[in-house]
Design a protein around this ligand. Structure first.
Ligand SMILES: CC(C)(COP(=O)(O)OP(=O)(O)OC[C@H]1O[C@@H](n2cnc3c(N)ncnc32)[C@H](O)[C@@H]1OP(=O)(O)O)[C@@H](O)C(=O)NCCC(=O)NCCS
Length: 188
């Protein structure tokens, strides 16, 4: 990865979601389906998943970091690495005409034990934003987690303070801010 270090200051808000939170009802327009899996993405979806994941480049990042494009090889390596660490990604996507429009992920440890689960990437391709898709995939992902892993009590997420969109979505889902971390980089 190429990272261009320049002076910057950023604040990230850490939020927690309790598995007892009341989730809103998702609204999906006809033709859009939700699909979920644990671990490796289905072969027929992996290319469009990777295209959609590249929409993460629109997330505000400190100092204008250069994020290289995500590839299918990197996707497969990432999946294998998380499976090897017994922390497979639980993924939910919104699909229309075989194309992934929105995705979200949770890093869920295999072992049971009432632990904290961390949120991975959430993104919607630019052409499909504002249709409730990010909200819908996150609702489905949290519902499935609650049903499949009743031992998990909390979900954590960390978002840039200026990322109004994802902060609004997380508030709708019942995430509660618990701390703000401010970091600065200076050139000596
Ligand atoms: C953040 C992102 C995933 C939102 O996707 P989306 O599918 O457009 O979001 P939704 O349509 O589900 O929005 C649901 C709610 O979130 C809020 N919201 C969405 N976009 C917003 C924006 N730009 N500003 C303020 N609130 C916003 C609204 O409350 C909206 O509900 P409403 O339409 O009823 O008012 C998308 O903008 C994106 O991919 N951004 C780049 C990647 C990123 O920043 N990811 C998050 C970091 S992990």
């Amino acid at each position: 990865m190429r990272v261009r270090w320049a002076p910057w200051t950023t604040s990230d808000t850490t939020c927690r979601w309790s598995s007892t939170a009341v989730l809103p009802e998702p609204t999906l327009r006809p033709g859009v389906d939700l699909r979920s899996w644990v671990g490796a993405a289905p072969d027929e979806l992996v290319e469009s998943l990777v295209r959609a994941r590249n929409a993460m480049a629109d997330a505000p990042v400190p100092g204008g970091l250069d994020m290289p494009a995500w590839t299918v090889d990197e996707q497969r390596r990432d999946e294998e690495r998380l499976i090897a660490r017994a922390m497979p990604l639980h993924v939910t996507v919104a699909v229309e005409d075989g194309e992934v429009l929105a995705l979200t992920g949770l890093r869920v440890p295999d072992a049971a034990g009432g632990r904290l689960v961390h949120t991975d990437d959430t993104t919607t391709v630019p052409a499909a934003r504002g249709r409730g898709l990010a909200l819908a995939v996150k609702i489905e992902s949290l519902r499935r987690l609650r049903a499949e892993r009743p031992d998990v009590e909390r979900v954590g997420t960390k978002n840039a303070e200026q990322n109004e969109a994802i902060l609004a979505i997380n508030r709708k889902l019942g995430f509660v801010p618990v701390l703000t971390l401010t970091a600065s980089v200076v050139t000596l």
